[in-house]
Design a protein around this ligand. Sequence first.
Ligand code: HSE
Length: 327
Amino acid sequence: MSLQKVSLQKLFPFLKDDMKIKKIKVRAPATVSNLSCGFDVLGLAINEPFDTVELELTETGRIEIDDIRGCNTLSRDPAENVVGPVLRAMVTAMGVTAGFRVIIEKGIHPGSGVGSSAASSVAAAFAANLLFDNAFSSSELVGFAMEGERLASGSAHADNVAPALLGGIILVRSYEPLEIVPLNVPPELFCVVIHPEMEIKTSVAREILEKEIPLTTAVKQWGNLAGLVAGLFKEDYGLIGRSLIDFVAEPKRAELIRGFDRLKASALEAGALGAGISGSGPSVFALSRGEASARAVMESMSRVMHGEGVGFKAYLSPVSSQGAVIC
Ligand code: HSE
């Protein structure tokens, strides 16, 4: 996958060389980050849900959020909404006095653990880049979108924004300097996500983590991380499954999610390769080999949720090869 710039005329063949677009609507998908063993460094994109951002380029120098649809808890103040710092950083990097009018449509519930802030941040960055005549590379867009994550959670992690932008399964090999590595996606890999109707703030879920981990724990964790990456490239589903273990975040975060142990056990009993917390939760993900197996896993996990008496949404998706796209 190329992380290079793509010509605007390639995306819009009807545009003549000197034509500029002023308004655009794009969407960016939900993402499952960490994938158990890859805290802050691994994530994958799924087909749905997704956020949509409509941007209009203005000359006011102001970022104006005209509307946020599908969610009444997010602020329209650009200093408090993730799109604000993303667009501000891009305008500054361009060295222009441009402004934007923004309409956000939230398909992804904030605090769900499937990259809600990342999807809005990425959609804003991707849309603004098209209005700026594709001035920035994908890697630079990831950097801008991370500013949204910094506002939302106090931490500029890239494990949701990178797959939301690029699709597929992404490794953040390094933060300084930022190095984003697309990984192989085995064709039969399917993902189930159960989103319980509760909210966990990423900042809270990060606060409860140990700041240092013992060497013995680190050895187990990086063994699994390397095992998962190897399993993806070898398309060895058994190795993928054995590697989906988290010794770092899950032991601390599991208690925040009602019924987590039962949910995970039900996924494994139904044949999942592995299961764990999606991002900082409360969503729980499971990876399966083949769609039929994933469907059985989703049904089994759904039964547990009905038993818990907690409302929830369930999603089943292949790993999405699409990240941010024009609507
Ligand atoms: N890697 C981040 C975390 C993802 O686990 O805190 C947050 O969505």
